[in-house]
Design a protein. Structure first.
Length: 255
């Protein structure tokens, strides 16, 4: 049942993205270019996304931060790259920054949902991190509770996410002007979830952090009218290796 639901969700997501591609492509007598853009979404990003969903269905666990990042690339960076392709962007560096934003959002998800996931028998925090704070992951998962060691792991993951949000900032500034406010707003709102988690002592076991509607409105206005601070040198920073392979594959399909 879970796998069927995942497959249906993936199919619906692909159909939505493909429809967006079709709506933005040039209206010409030939269809090869437009069809080619759809191919950029489906076999490369779609297959990687399906791999990530399959990992969820299997209940995979992750031992290192690199393992978690690779999972984030499959389930979230793929979406960031696909959406950026839909916008008509084919620049490798900008696509790499889109993958960073997807990864940052997924890491935020993981940090926010530690308790909710644990109660479902799932844990996405790196197993090696548990050992570093003196916790046995399997024992903790049998009776999940908030404790200082978990706070340390959640804060550590949010720190990693923050680095990827900063790397993504410069890429957002290079998206089409009409697309920037929405993507910037999504980035600000998601990162703000981390602020709420930190404000609760990084307790994402006892309670699930939420950003208020008023706060979201403020962040949306900031995204639309505020000046985004971005470090230009971050544009060419190497992406997560798996994300780099994903971007290169997309560019290769285009070529």
């Amino acid at each position: 049942m879970v796998l069927t639901a995942i497959l249906l969700a993936w199919a619906a997501s692909y159909a939505f993205v493909a429809a967006l591609v079709a709506s933005r492509r040039p209206r010409t007598h030939g269809t090869k270019e437009g069809d080619h853009h759809v191919l950029l979404v489906r076999p490369v990003t779609g297959d990687a996304l399906l791999d990530g969903f399959a990992a969820d269905a299997r209940g995979d666990r992750y031992e290192t931060l690199d393992d978690v990042l690779n999972y984030a690339v499959r389930v979230a960076s793929t979406v960031g790259v696909a959406v950026t392709l839909v916008m008509g962007v084919r620049d490798r560096d900008v696509l790499a920054r889109a993958s960073d934003l997807g990864a940052a959002m997924q890491l935020t998800n993981i940090a926010r949902d530690v308790g909710e996931d644990a109660r479902r028998g799932r844990v996405y925090l790196p197993g090696s991190w548990f050992a570093e704070v003196g916790l046995d992951r399997d024992a903790w998962l049998r009776a999940p509770s908030f404790e200082p060691g978990i706070a340390t792991l959640v804060e550590r993951l949010l720190d990693v996410a923050a680095r990827y949000y900063r790397r993504a900032d410069v890429g957002i500034g290079r998206l089409p002007a009409d697309c920037r406010p929405a993507i910037r707003a999504a980035s600000l709102i998601y990162e703000d979830i981390g602020r709420v988690v930190r404000g609760r002592g990084c307790d994402s076991v006892s309670v699930r952090a939420r950003t208020s509607a008023w706060r979201k409105l403020v962040l949306m206005l900031r995204a639309r009218f505020g000046a985004a601070a971005a470090e230009p040198s971050a544009l060419q920073v190497a992406p997560i290796p798996l994300a780099g392979a994903l971007v290169d594959a997309c560019i290769g399909v285009q070529g």
